[in-house]
Design a protein around this ligand. Structure first.
Ligand code: PLP
Length: 398
């Protein structure tokens, strides 16, 4: 028997993975080239060559017991030092190894932070639309996720809804820029507002409220868009970084948490995160992947490939009359559905063999998310299918 909590969660889930599985079935029937699968965010650009080369070199040269044995829960010290040095150089910070915790990607980092900071029924605010798994990380630990809806025209954080989301139970705010699902890069103006409101609320409620900056897409920004560094705005920030998308290695599970040196209770946070690695069963991030970072910490995939997809898709869809918000980063485009019910719109799109994720799944009803981390030909060949989809709606309106 499974728990009542899990039963309820399974009933409520809109599974984007199910849409992806359906895509595979359709591809078997109609041929892969005839399916426009924009459902999930699996990288489509090859990892930089240095990633595999480094892993091979490590396997060939390192002493196996040292390489494959348990490292410290928080990770190899030389790797944490390498990351601290890189951040210090790039952002003029003063991180040291006591601020860096290696994790199995961003997902585990977020869960570890929740486990460390939240008591039962504590609240976590996030800007909506948001990455749907946030709810799972928070609620699995008996917390409550409180969405603060972004401005619907700009998809930037909105001060009024943000302020209204706070209570004495607020302990964390999750922010994600460049954003999944919208592709928005939050501006300095938005981030200044976020920091000002958080300082005011921390003072009002008499405890630190930590800002958790979830950054798997930090390096995926287009047209030279600047992705501001959150600790420059707010000292109580925990940066969550992941190499899943930057190096196209989501299956390898590697990332880190950087606790801002000036944050409240740094040592307690570090001790809590260390314990959480054990309590939650992660133990440590994969040792080989950690060591790989000593050479690859600053490598990145060729983002011009995603940018080309973005340009083709955005131009193609807007030319057809679809209402889209131009994405500045990540590999997602958020588009208004042609009917109020975004789920029904996704079903209609499937008739043209277009697979997209409904906005409802991200607390963004009325929209759909198009993941353009696919081969360029898929984007290019999908435009006539989007045209046919538009025609279906035009005919129905007559
Ligand atoms: N946060 C956001 C916004 C994401 O989009 C994802 C993955 O798609 C994650 C976290 C989890 O990433 P990781 O593979 O690093 O666990």
């Amino acid at each position: 028997m499974i728990s009542k909590r899990m039963t309820k969660s399974l009933q409520e889930a809109i599974s984007i993975r199910d849409i992806f599985e359906e895509g595979k079935k359709l591809a078997a029937v109609y041929g892969k080239e005839n399916i426009f699968d924009f459902s999930i965010g699996n990288p489509s650009v090859a990892p930089p060559a240095i990633v595999n080369e480094t892993m091979k070199e490590i396997l060939d040269t390192e002493e196996p017991l040292a390489l494959h044995g348990y490292p410290s829960n928080v990770g190899h010290p030389e790797v944490r030092q390498c990351i601290a040095d890189d951040l210090n150089k790039k952002y003029g910070m003063k991180y040291d190894i006591g601020n860096i915790v290696m994790t199995s990607g961003a997902a585990s980092a977020l869960a570890l932070i929740c486990n460390t900071v939240l008591d039962r029924e504590d609240e976590v605010i996030t800007f909506a639309p948001y990455f749907w798994e946030y709810k799972s990380y928070v609620e699995t630990l008996y917390g409550k996720l409180v969405p603060a809806l972004c401005d619907q025209q700009t998809l930037q954080p909105d001060e009024e809804t943000f302020r209204a989301a706070f209570s004495e139970k607020t302990k964390l705010v999750f922010i994600n820029t460049p954003n999944n699902p919208t592709g928005a890069v939050y501006t300095k103006k938005s981030l200044r507002m976020v920091a000002d409101v958080m300082r005011e609320m921390s003072e009002k409620y008499g405890h630190p409220i930590y800002l958790v900056s979830d950054e798997p897409y930090r390096k995926l920004a287009y047209d030279g868009a600047e992705v501001p560094f959150l600790p420059d705005f707010y000292k109580d920030t925990l940066v969550v970084y992941s190499y899943s998308k930057t190096l196209s290695i989501p299956g390898e599970r590697i990332g880190y948490i950087a606790i801002t040196p000036q944050a409240a209770d740094v040592e307690e946070l570090f001790a809590g995160l260390t314990a959480s690695l054990r309590y939650m069963g992660y133990v440590n991030a994969p040792s080989l992947q950690q060591k790989m970072l000593l050479k690859c910490y600053d490598a990145a995939v060729d983002i011009s490939i995603y940018e080309k997809n973005r340009n083709c898709l955005y131009r193609g869809l807007t030319d057809l009359g679809y209402e889209c918000i131009r994405p500045d980063g990540a590999f997602y485009l958020f588009m208004r559905a042609l009917e109020e019910d975004d789920w029904a719109f996704c079903q209609e799109a499937k008739k043209e063999r277009i697979l997209m994720a409904p906005g409802k799944a991200f607390y963004g009803p009325g929209f759909v998310r198009i993941s353009y981390c696919v081969p360029y030909e898929v984007v290019e060949n999908s435009i006539p299918a989007f045209e046919r989809l538009m025609d279906r709606y035009k005919k129905n309106r007559k």
